[in-house]
Design a protein around this ligand. Sequence first.
Ligand SMILES: *Cc1c(COP(=O)(O)O)cnc(C)c1O
Length: 360
Amino acid sequence: MYGQAIDGAPQAGQVSKGLGIDLRSDTVTRPTPGMLAAMSIASTGDDVFADDPSVNQLQDRLADELGFEAGLFMPTGTMSNLCALMAHCERGDEYLVGQLAHTYKYEGGGAAVLGSIQPQPLEQEADGSIAIERIAAAIKADDPHFARTRLLALENTFGGQVMPQDYIHKASAFAREKGLGVHLDGARLYNAAVAQGLQAREIARHFDTVSVCLSKGLGAPAGSVLMGSSKLLAKAHRVRKMLGGGMRQAGVLAAAGSYALDHHVAGLADDHRRADAIAQALRAIPGLEVKVATNMVWVYPGSDAHVLDRLVAFLSAHGVVLLNRRPLRLVTHLDLSEEQCVVVCGLIETFGASSSSMAT
Ligand SMILES: *Cc1c(COP(=O)(O)O)cnc(C)c1O
């Protein structure tokens, strides 16, 4: 079972920042000179009056690219998901969601707290999917005892893993047949698309709403876009304002997002290749269990639990910034160059050589 991890939460034992190699998350990327240049020349307006041209351009372009009527620029993925949930569900409604999914587990309980939406968390398979039978069994009858089941929310990628297309097709067809809406937390939708050699719209077309983060692997400093029908997005727009997410000259940020979509999608394949290389180096060390999916490497304590602790201490001492959690998650991204990846793999090999000589 793959773990999940929160991006950005402070953590005891986390080593200090400031060194070149940071594998905590793909959120740590800083805007490139080209991106900063695009931001500095962005035309702006007041997006609360819907007249920021850079925001409108990003929203229209992404909605078009993913096959939706409308898009809405959001400060964060968390707000984007919450606006979607609140667009689909009214007070006293319920959404079905994986019990390890970000919208359920890592967003502060926002759906319940702010939306009065009851989450119905469901056990997930190792790949992040929820068995159709489990979804079927969780849909409540129309009965005043029950919350009204309105929505199925999926996540792709999940812990870096790509959700199989045939599963998405089946789950969304089933949910729609039962009258439910279908939302995708596609924070890393483009990682899923690039990993499968698909256009992102081939994944997105199975959903009524899709949220995409620009601030993860795509490298923008902030911003997500929620897409859906004009009707759902009109509701989401109202919720966004209510949550305090109506930004003014947001075109500066939207320009970074547009730049990321123009320049950083293809490079996700490099992130995936580098994650594979790091996983391969780690697999040479006995006493660890290693899994890799898109841009995430997960390392579990194997036969010897101390090996992983010593590895983390070794990498940290050599300037690699890690989140000291178990399982250990290493994330590749735009700010990890090929040379730095080689350095990381070299450090892992050095550690492996020293720990095998210790064993003998
Ligand atoms: C990061 C993330 C989000 C939320 O994005 P923020 O911009 O950090 O609020 C939502 N879902 C998933 C799967 C994520 O990884």
